[in-house]
Design a protein. Sequence first.
Length: 288
Amino acid sequence: MLNEARKGRAPGADDTGSGLLATTHADATEALSPVDHAGHEDPHPRRLTLADSVYLTILRRIALGALAPGDKLPSEQVLCEEFEVSRPVLRRALDRLREDGVIFSRRGSGSYVASWRAGGAPGFAPIQTIADLQCSYEFRLAVEPEAASLAALRHDRASIERLELAYAALDHAITTRQKYSDADYDFHLAVCEASNNHYYASTMAALSGHISLGMRIIGRDIAGEPAIVRGQHRAILDAIRSRDPQAARAAMETHVNFSRNRLFDGRSLDLSLRAGDLERWRNTAIDG
């Protein structure tokens, strides 16, 4: 798989555009995988509504820093035109963002981004080599399982609802094989946000490009095994929702390891330090 990536082509890469959910009106009303709060199959399918789509897209922009605390949101007219929705649909999405404390309103002035996450996101050098990509997966394995464990212990109703929406969007992406990498990243970001530790969410935001690269290289190859991929994410969601930190940690570790092994065909590069490596790394870090 990485041989194709080295040639500059990401197998199955998602060429259908960026953004969380560039959903059409038809996409947004498709029936998605059933999810209920007890961890059992719900006989009534969960549907991703247009308001859900708008809510998730604005939330993602804020989480990734495209909209910073204190920034004013575009006017309702501009947002309605961008998302191609009616004002009632847009207002339902904005009302939910206000209820979650993500935005606030100033009378006669509009909606603004709230200071809902302390501290800025750390900076990471861009991925330039296959070794960098391997290192990013090693880092994720050190971070995301613990974030999932904390999410199981600390989530509230709002954060678990965001996670369920992210799962519904991911399930739809797996089924349609469209925008998989965006939906997968949003699910992982929602897990970190549910941990109620802003360092996890900020780290995921800072690593968005690194994580998305691996997801895009895998692309539809992973989405081509819907039962496995859907089951892994469902296991993470169910464990968090059931407040089982050990199961949540294990489920996330299993999933990230699965992704890494698919990407590297079960092999890994030898990254052992050799004479002079550490000094060269220090000099590069200082010069950079």
